[in-house]
Design a protein around this ligand. Sequence first.
Ligand code: ADP
Length: 189
Amino acid sequence: MSATRLLLLGPPGAGKGTQAERIVAEAGIPQISTGDMLRAASAAGTEVGKQAQGYMSRGELVPDEVVIGVARERLAQDDAKRGFILDGFPRTAAQAEALDRLLADAGVALERCIAISVDEEELVQRLLKRAEIEGRADDNEETIRNRMRVYREQTEPLIAHYRKSGVLVEVDGRGDIDTVAARIAEARD
Ligand code: ADP
C-alpha cells in the first residue's frame, strides 16, 4: 500500500504544489497547503487573512500560532481521515512539534516526509517564470531570495527531525514533472 499520510518538504519552487495535485488526482487524498489557505483567507479578508497578509507579501513566515491554528482546523475535517498531503506545513521546529502532537492525539502518524531538492539558481528561475504566468504578489526577486533564506534557516533543519523519526525519503526534484512524479510514487511505496 502506498503511503497516504504524507508531508512534502522542499524550498519554494521545488514543485510541492504541482506534485501534491498529482497525488490528489491519483490517490484521492486532500492536499493541505497552508500557503493556499492563507492566500484564500487574505483574499476573503478574514481575521486570519489580515494577520497573515503583511508577512506573506514580504516573504516572511506567518507566526506559528496563526498557521498551526489553520492547519489544526483543516486536519480535523472529515476528508483528512483517509490521509493527507501536507504542502508548506510545517515550516519551523515549533510547527513540526505541534504537528507531531496533533497527529499523536488523533492516534495516527506521518508515514513519509518526502524532501524534494533542487539547487537554488534553478529555483529562482522557476519562480521568476511563475511570477510572469501567475502574477503572485510574493514572486519578485527580492521576496524570492528572502523566502529561500527563510527556508534554509528555518525549514531545512526539519529534514533532520524527520530523518530521526524514520519517515524521511529524499527525492531529486530536477527534471520534468513526470520524472519527479515517478520518483515520488516510488518514495510512497
Ligand atoms: P512557496 O511557494 O514560497 O513555498 P507557499 O504558497 O507555500 O509558498 O507560502 C507562501 C507564503 O505563505 C509564505 O512565504 C509564508 O509567508 C506563508 N506561509 C505558508 N505556509 C506557512 C507556514 N507553515 N508557516 C508560516 N508561514 C507560512
